[in-house]
Design a protein around this ligand. Sequence first.
Ligand SMILES: [Zn+2]
Length: 193
Amino acid sequence: MYPGCTWEMPGDDNAVYLTFDDGPDPVVTPYVLDILAEYRVKATFFCIGKNVVLYPEIYHRILAEGHSVGNHTQNHLSGWKVKDDAYLNDVQEAARYIRSDLFRPPYGRATRYQMKCLRESGFNMKMIMWTVLSGDFDTGIKPEKCYQNVAVNLRPGAIITFHDSRKAEPRLRYALPEVLKKMALEGLEGRAL
Ligand SMILES: [Zn+2]
C-alpha cells in the first residue's frame, strides 16, 4: 500500500523494536523510561513537536538514556485531512525540535505524495510504520487484550507500537511490564531503531 515504508525489521537476530508515540508526557514518559531501564531495554519515541516544546527535560532524558527519537509532526496532524504544504510545514517545524531522520505519520495516515516528499531531498526521512499495534490507545479494550495483541506477534524484527500518553496509560501500565517480562523470558533484546 505504501511503498518505501518500514513495517518490520530484519529478524535475523533476537531484537524487537518497541516504539512509543505521542509523548513526551510528564507522567507517562518517566514511567516508561523507568521500566525500560529496569529491563535494560532500548526503544524509540516518536515525539510530537509541541510536546517537546512543553517538556524539553523529558525529551532530553529520553536521549540521555540511550533511546532513539523520531518525528511525529508538530501538532499530530492527519495527512489525509490537511493540504500537502501544511503537512510538510508541520513536519519541518517538528524537525526544529526533534533531530531525527525517523518519521511516523500520526494515525498512520499520510498520502503517497506526502511520504514521497518526506523520503526525498530536504527531509531524507525514513518512514517507520509498525508490525504490531498494542491498541493501548483504544479505551474500549481491556488491558489484558492489549497485552495479548503484542504477545501473539512478539518475534524477532517486530516493530511494536505503544503510546506514552494519558489516554493509553491504563492499558500501557498493565501491558508494557507483561511484554517486557515475556521478552526477558524469551531472550528477546529490546533495541532502538
Ligand atoms: Zn500519534
